[in-house]
Every structure is written in C-alpha cells, then in structure tokens.
Ligand binder design. Structure first.
Ligand code: SME
Length: 166
C-alpha cells in the first residue's frame, strides 16, 4: 500500500531522500523493465509535486519512443536532436529548462507545460532512455531536483535491463 500522507510534513529534501530509497525498493524487487519504469514514473509523479508530466522515452536507434509515464497523452516519437528530450539524447547531458518557451525547438505535448528537466540514462556510453519531467511552473526545477533526479537516473541505469523490445 502506498500512503502519500506520510510525506506531508517532510522537508522537500527529506521527501526526495525517501523517493530515492523507495525507488530502489520498487525496482530491485521486480524483473520486468516496463513494470519498473511504470512504477518509477508513478512514484516520482506522486512525490515531486507541482509537475504535470513525468515519464520515459526509450531509445530506438536514432529516435526516442514514448515509454511509461504519468500525465496527458504525449508525442510518441522524438528524433535525435529534436526538442529538449532529443537534445539530451544527442548531447548526453541533463537539460534543465527554466522556461520551455525560450528553448528553440521545444516540443509542446501538454500546452500547460512551462518548465522541464530531462535526464539521459546512459549505459556504456549509449543513451538508453531519457527521464522527462514537466511543470506548469516556470523555473520549477532547481539544483535540488537535479541532484535527486540524477540519483534516480543512476538507480534506473543500474537496475534495469535496457535491452527493451520496442
Ligand atoms: N517537451 C518535450 C517533449 C516531450 S513532452 O514534454 C512529454 C521536448 O521538447 O522534447
């Protein structure tokens, strides 16, 4: 059972510490990669707060394919170099965008989104997926979110079989 109310009086940092511990528990006890990514997106969506989309795009050659997520229906394929996700895929780096409307080429899936963070999940030098989180709030993602999401991405990188059939 998942009871969100236990987090209500916690500091943001304590909540994020717990998120990382819970993510570890959720993904270590499972076999299937899609199951793990589905629960990972649900956990982060529940705990991060003030976000409107949270999920994964999985790499397939030079494209990203929509994977497990929480939020509004989203674009199903993103080419390498396109939008914030495709740029994180191409450049193999975290993209933390204060205001998506200032990012040339941003792909608007949910019109309500105003800021975004995208983290590549890299195995042996290859991007296997990106974790994408959107918010309606401008500047929602700070160094604090980046620090903890990097920990989440590392756990996912280490504990998932990324040879996913698409
Ligand atoms: N905004 C992303 C597209 C994916 S959606 O936000 C879910 C981008 O520019 O790559």
């Amino acid at each position: 059972m998942f009871d969100i109310s236990v987090f209500k009086d916690m500091s943001t940092e304590d909540k994020y510490e717990n998120m990382v511990i819970m993510l570890k528990g959720l993904i270590e006890g499972e076999e299937n990669s899609i199951t793990k990514l589905s629960n990972a997106s649900a956990l982060m969506n529940a705990l991060i707060g003030r976000i409107n989309w949270c999920g994964f795009y999985i790499a397939n050659r030079d494209k990203l394919i929509l994977g497990p997520f929480q939020g509004m229906p989203a674009c199903t394929e993103i080419k390498i170099g396109e939008g914030v996700c495709g740029t994180a895929f191409k450049d193999k780096k975290v993209m933390r965008i204060e205001n998506v409307h200032d990012f040339k080429g941003h792909i608007a899936c949910d019109a309500a989104s105003n800021s975004e963070i995208v983290l590549p999940i890299i195995v042996e030098g290859k991007v296997k997926a990106v974790l994408d989180i959107d918010s309606e709030e401008i500047g929602r993602f700070t160094e604090l979110e980046e620090k903890y999401l990097i920990k989440c991405a590392k756990l996912l990188q280490e504990n998932i079989n990324w040879n996913i059939e698409l």
